[in-house]
Each structure stands twice: as structure tokens, then as C-alpha cells.
Design a protein around this ligand. Sequence first.
Ligand SMILES: [Zn+2]
Length: 417
Amino acid sequence: MPTSPMKTSVAERFLHYVTYDTQSREGSDTYPSTLKQLVLLDRLVEELKAMGIADAARDEHGYVMATVPATTKKAGVPVVGFIAHVDTSPESSGAGVKPIVHRNWQGQDIVLPDDPAYVLRRGDNPDLEEQIGNDIITASGTTLLGADNKAGVAAIMAAAEYLVQHPEIPHGAVRIAFTPDEEVGAGTKHFEVGRFGAYCAYTMDGEKLGQVDAETFSADSMTVTFQGFNTHPGFAQGKMINSIKVAADFIGRLPKDGLAPETTAGREGFVHPYVVEASVDRTSVKFLIRDFVTPALKEKEARLEKLARETVAAWPGASVTCEVQESYRNMKEVLDRHPQVVEYAREAVRRAGIPLRESAIRGGTDGCRLSFMGLPTPNVFAGEHNFHSRLEWVSVQDMEKSVEVIVNIARLWEEKA
Ligand SMILES: [Zn+2]
């Protein structure tokens, strides 16, 4: 097995990619949401071509796709894909990122020089415990770093280069995709699964060393709308029914000791009121509904509807309607039908000599949408931590292991075919 393939390359690539401002934007009417993402996407095409990957190209939506050709002599080796997103979160600036490498870190506080209020401390970041002696990369204090997901971009690029330079390693065709707009929930909007042409894929967008995520939330949204009756407030006695008060009564009846994002963790689901649009006449409360078990979404929705009906019963003349919209589903429902996809990722981590960590993501990923579009896609670590924050960090050594895991996955699909 290769040990730490392309030892310097993944870090060098990463330090270069983070200097591109690729922040995406909510509410944009273009796709991608910001055109500056295309600058890095085009650069990646150039670099892939320079490696000898002739079919690398970007489409009009911004998606970069490329193929590392198969080296195997076996027939029928499945095509596997690796995917990362180039955009960074709208929550923190991604302009003028100045990455800093803290070599051979010994556990001391890391003060970010451009804003010393930002300090990366061991005590606040339990995952730093296993990084003693490693090279930690941070931003300088005024921007995010962009390790989410440029660590994944760098790992895929370094692995592609390694495979191209080592044709003696047997593997099937490896497909690569770099996507825009993941952070604004549109990363798969124009992703053509058929054109990508892989049997399965791996998003390289996970956190801890050795992590494989094969479960996400199942998610719905629900809108509960209360209808009241408005009239001139000077002549309202006995007539007005203020829907704002009905909705407030309803919200007051929500459980206080559970079922909320702020009171749950691990595998517990929740209902989360996050937007209220209010007027005397009509008030709607929007909810996120989340659970790892899809049928439990229905139970939560039924419970909210019952609570809403009990509420209006206490306000004669008021009425309520409830509307549910499906958002996404737990990728496990798809991955369970293709058990090798996750099993080979686990085996690839073990072969890299690092601890296997499995967790259920309390959210959705592009991979979960892709899985339901016909491309089973679990998520694998790239080493990125403190997503979307100015305290984002990644270690060089974790990124190197991420490269090794990609190479191992490509080998395993050939070996087991
Ligand atoms: Zn990400």
C-alpha cells in the first residue's frame, strides 16, 4: 500500500485553492450563485488537463467532470466517483484568505494574527487532541479558511494525480466532479447523474480523520397557517379574532423539554419553528421537521397538527390549515440497498491504518440528494473542522490520509470485482 501519497502535493494544492474567493450567495438569480466560483472551477480543469486527464471539462452550470481512465484488466469493474464542492459558506467572508501553517503543533493556543480575539484552543476543540505534532492550517482571523470543502477538492486532485502517475495500480474508471453552490443548498440542482456515469460516489466533505457518514436526517418542512378575522380595532369588540395571538398560543404549547434543536442531540429528531409571517388576519408558522427514521416525520407532523387543532378549539372562530413539503430523505435508505458502497469506504479507512468513525449527520448532504437521484453517495472525511467559522482548521496529515483513502477505495472496487 502507498504510504502518504503525494506528501506535499495535497497541502500545496490546498494552500493555493483557498486563495480563490468562491463564496456562494443566498437568493441569487444566477447559477452558480456567484460567478467567481467559475474561476477556481476553470483552474481545476486546467490542472486536470496538465496531469494528462484529457476529458476534464466544465459545463455551463459550473460542474467540472473528469475521468481517470481504468488501468484494470478485469471486465466489469464498477465506475466510482469522488465529489467535492468549491464554494464556501455565505456566513463568513472568503475574500483574501491568508492561510497559515502551524508546523509541528504542540498543543499551544493558536492566536489568529489579524484578529487576536479569534483563538483556537485545545479545550474548545476536542478533535485537536489527536493533532499534537501535526501541521495545522488556519486562516488569519478575518475570513474563514475554506477547508470546507477545499480540503476535499485538494484530496481528490492529489489522488487523481497519484493514480495517473501510478498506472501499475489496478483500478476501474474513476470519475471526478467539482460542484458549485453546495452551501446554498443547490449543489446538485443541475447535476446529471447519467452523464457522470458512476455506479456510486463519495463526497469528500467529512470532518474527523477516519470518518464515514452513511446516514443523514430525513427532512420535511411544514407550514401551519392560522386564519383569524380582522376588523377596525376601534370597533372590534366581539368580532376580531387576532391570528397572531392564536399562533402565539400554539407556539407556547410546543414541548419545552424535548423535540427541539436546542434540546436534542445524537439520533433524536426535532420540530423547529423558524419563520413566522404574521398579521391579524392570517399568521403562518414554518417548521423544519427532522428525524433519522422517515415514518417518525409523519408522527411529528401529526403531533403538530393535533396541537394546532387543540389551539384553535380554544379560539372560537379561528381556523387552521397544515401543509407538509418533503425536503430530503436519509441516504441510508438507498445505501442499505448497495452495502458495498459503505463497506469499501470502511475497509479503505482501515487499510490506511486510522480509526474508523461512523456517525449520522444531523443535516442533509449533497450525497443524500444524489443517492435519491440514483447515485449512492456516502460522505468521507477530508479533515475540515469548525465549518463556516473564522476558526476553521484542517491538518496536513489528515488531508494526506484522505488522499490515501480515495486511492484505497478505487483499488478496493477493482480488487473485489
Ligand atoms: Zn461542505
